[in-house]
Write a protein that binds this ligand. Structure first.
Ligand code: AMP
Ligand code: MG
Length: 416
């Protein structure tokens, strides 16, 4: 066990490294329809079965001609001998002096190698002419210029995005071999917890962590087994975890990992399996506990709702990707300038919730108010995590920090 002494906390990068080393990838493979493939992990390399485009096609509306024939004469005048529309190729070839009326995406007729733009053409009865030079290949999309047969569409271990799936669809692929979904069991712990929708008793709070975890896990290639909300009772926690390891690859709990008298998760992991490490030099999230029971990786997240979400993002999400068989992605950390000062105590790396924006092409970030780990409101207006390193103390406005964007809907052009 790699346990920190009470006075000593594990460096967060080492902890993530250690967790990812413990997470072994599922090996089973299944075939899914392309419509079900987004978010899944490709099990094998996918090669293009055809050229894209599959034929020489027109890139514009105009007239398909032979450039060599056209440039033989000063006044280029062609007899219009046919028509080629998308999905309706012309049947006649383009002989010298002839042109075929053509539209975007239509097959270039035999012997044509250029498209004369309709804007550059003068039309007469049955004829078309232009004064412009005609270059071989102009306004033509060559067969295979996007994707050539045999090109790699996606490598194994790729998390399939909507863009990958679209590419496969464009090549006519309707199903794909992927790794099976990761089975993740999720539990909350705490006698104070009540399910949303129920009346709230004295001293009770609503169980938001299980909702947060299920929702975030819903974006992953996993099947979620909801273990419910466990009482602060050693037996209850033991029974739930012992049952869950029978089918789960990963068990994620929240709460009960601190040193209070009602915190049983770490002890139960130690009893049924092994605690690999706990207590991380981070804020929020210090009590995070990682262990193993049989084949299942167990991640005990701290109960404070913000700690649960932050440790989910930094630990659980990459562990699931690794277990799912994906290559761990390079973290995307931007540099932004603090708009306001932040207070920070040396020693633990802090992940504050922040509002990131651009101003005159520069990235600016401000934190979202009091950063206490129970304040879910810090997430409400956040679009990033702001990283304050362990080896710095208070930071002044204008200083530069690392930020991790939280959302990917950033491609719109309307300003706030
Ligand atoms: P714990 O880690 O169990 O000591 O919990 C720390 C704090 O988080 C306490 O204030 C708990 O009431 C709160 N908490 C624990 N679990 C949840 C949960 N599932 N939803 C909301 N708050 C929770
Ligand atoms: Mg608790």
């Amino acid at each position: 066990m790699l346990e920190a002494r009470p006075s000593e906390l594990l460096n967060i990068d080492r902890a993530v490294e250690r967790l990812l080393a413990l997470a072994s990838s599922v090996t089973e493979v299944e075939t899914v329809a392309l419509s079900e493939a987004v978010g899944r992990i490709s099990a094998e390399e996918v090669l293009a079965p055809c050229d894209l485009p599959p034929f020489d096609a027109s890139a514009m509306d105009g007239y398909a001609v032979s450039a060599a024939g056209a440039n033989n004469t000063r006044v280029k005048r062609f007899r219009v001998v046919g028509e080629s529309l998308a999905g309706h190729p012309a049947t006649c070839p383009v002989t010298e002096g002839a042109a075929v009326r053509i539209f975007t995406g239509a097959v270039l007729p035999t012997d044509a190698d250029a498209v004369l733009l309709q804007e550059d053409a003068t039309t007469g009865r049955g004829f078309v002419s232009t004064a412009e030079p005609v270059r071989s290949g102009q306004h033509v999309r060559r067969r295979g210029h996007d994707i050539a047969t045999g090109a790699t569409l996606c490598a194994p271990h790729t998390k399939l995005s909507a863009y990958h799936a679209t590419w496969l669809a464009a090549c006519g692929i309707a199903s794909v071999r992927v790794k099976r979904r990761v089975r993740v069991a999720v539990a909350s712990t705490g006698d104070e917890l009540t399910a949303p929708g129920q009346p709230l008793g004295m001293g009770q709070i609503y169980d938001s962590n299980r909702f947060a975890l299920s929702t975030l896990l819903g974006q992953k290639a996993c099947d979620i087994v909801d273990l419910g909300c466990l009482a602060d009772d050693r037996e209850a926690v033991r029974e739930a975890l012992a049952n869950a390891v029978r089918h789960a690859d990963l068990i994620v709990t929240s709460g009960g990992v601190s040193v209070g008298s009602a915190d049983f998760v770490k002890d139960v992991i130690a009893e049924l399996g092994e605690v690999e490490f706990w207590r991380i030099a981070m804020k929020p999230g210090k009590p995070l506990t990682v262990g193993r029971i049989d084949q299942a990786l167990v991640i005990g997240l701290p109960g404070n709702p913000v700690s649960t979400i932050v440790t989910y993002l930094l630990f659980v999400a990459p562990a699931i990707d690794k277990t799912a068989g994906a290559k761990p992605p390079e973290p995307l950390i931007l540099r932004a300038r603090l708009e306001r000062p932040v207070r920070h105590t040396l020693g633990r790396r802090e992940y504050m919730r922040g509002d990131l924006r651009t101003s005159d092409g520069e990235l600016l970030v401000r934190t979202t108010g009091d950063q206490s780990s129970n304040r879910l409101s810090t997430f409400a207006n956040a679009n990033c995590l702001v990283i304050i390193d362990e080896n710095v103390s208070d930071m002044a406005a204008g200083e530069t920090v690392g930020v991790i964007p939280l959302q990917d809907e950033t491609a719109h052009l309307l300003c706030k």
